[in-house]
Design a protein around this ligand. Structure first.
Ligand SMILES: [Zn+2]
Length: 262
C-alpha cells in the first residue's frame, strides 16, 4: 500500500498567513475562485462559542473577499445529508439547516464547513462553476457523503466528475485516529475500500479519513491529479489546529469556505 502520501504526492495545498490566522489554498484555483481552509485563529477576544465562530467567519470572509452575509448557515450533524441550492431558487427554508454538505451553481452564495478533526472537502466543477463543501468524519465517510456530493453534481447540475477538483483540508490522520471495534465493524460493513483505509498496528486499528475519501473519489471517476490535500494532522499539531479528540469540549473549530462569486 502506498498510503495517501504517495497517492497525492504532488498535489499539495499552499499555506498563506494573515494577521491572527493562516489558511490553505489550492494553487490551481488561486485567482480563479475564492476558497480556503483555515488553521487555528489566534485571538483572545472573550467570545462564547457561537460568537467566536461567527467572528472567525467574518475575518476569514474578509481575507477571501467573500460577503459574510452570503454564507449558508449549516448545522452539521455527522450525516450524509447534502443541501442542494439551485441558482434563482428560494434558498431559505424556515427550519434549521441540518446538513453536512451543500452544493450549488449559484455565484451569490458562499459555502462554509466547520471542523475540528473531521475532513473538510471543497469541490469545484470548473466547466459549470458548481461548488460544494462537505464535512466528512468517519460517520459521513462511511455513509458515502462524498459519492453523494459527486452524484448531485452530475444529476442536479449536469456537471461532469472529470471536471471536478477536490480539495481536502487538514484533518486528523491515522497517527492519531484510533478506532475501536464497534467503529471498525461499521466501516467494514459500509465501506468497500475499508481495508486500504484502516491500518493495524500492534492490534490497534487506525482510520485514514483522507485515504477513504480519496479512494471513494477515484472509484467515482475523479482524476487523481484533481485531488489536492495537506499532510497535517489536526490532533498532533496543537499549535496549528483545533482537535476534538485532543481537546474534547474545549476544542474550537477551523473553517473551510468556498464561493464562485467572490
Ligand atoms: Zn496525528
Amino acid at each position: 500500500m502506498g498510503g495517501t502520501g504517495a497517492m497525492l504526492k504532488k498535489e499539495r495545498l499552499l499555506y498563506k498567513w494573515r494577521t491572527h490566522f493562516g489558511y490553505f489554498v489550492c494553487p490551481a484555483l488561486r485567482g480563479k475562485i475564492s476558497h480556503g481552509f483555515s488553521t487555528k485563529f489566534l485571538f483572545q477576544e472573550n467570545y462564547n462559542y457561537v460568537e467566536k465562530i461567527n467572528y472567525q467567519k467574518k475575518i476569514f470572509c474578509e481575507a477571501l473577499k467573500i460577503s459574510y452575509r452570503s454564507i449558508v448557515p449549516l448545522h452539521q450533524i455527522h450525516s450524509n445529508k447534502i443541501l442542494i441550492i439551485k441558482e434563482h431558487e428560494d434558498i431559505c427554508p424556515p427550519s434549521l439547516l441540518e446538513y453536512d454538505g451543500v452544493v450549488t451553481d449559484s455565484p451569490s452564495v458562499a459555502l462554509s464547513i466547520c471542523t475540528a478533526d473531521c475532513l473538510p472537502i471543497l469541490l469545484f466543477e470548473k466547466k459549470k462553476k458548481i461548488i460544494g463543501a462537505i464535512h466528512a468524519g468517519w460517520k459521513g465517510t462511511s455513509l458515502g457523503i462524498l459519492p453523494k456530493l459527486l452524484n448531485a453534481v452530475v444529476q442536479e447540475f449536469d456537471g461532469r466528475i472529470e471536471n471536478c477538483l477536490l480539495l481536502m483540508g487538514p484533518s486528523i490522520r491515522p497517527c492519531c485516529f484510533e478506532i475501536k471495534e464497534d467503529v471498525l465493524l461499521i466501516l467494514q460493513s459500509r465501506l468497500s475500500c475499508w481495508e486500504r483505509a484502516v491500518q493495524k498496528v500492534d492490534n490497534l486499528f487506525y482510520f485514514d479519513l483522507q485515504m477513504a475519501n480519496c479512494l471513494q473519489a477515484i472509484m467515482m471517476g475523479v482524476l487523481k491529479e484533481n485531488i489536492w490535500s495537506t499532510n497535517f494532522c489536526t490532533c498532533c499539531q496543537s499549535g496549528w489546529f483545533h482537535s476534538y479528540r485532543r481537546d474534547k469540549d474545549r476544542a474550537g473549530r477551523m473553517l473551510s469556505i468556498i464561493s464562485s462569486g467572490g
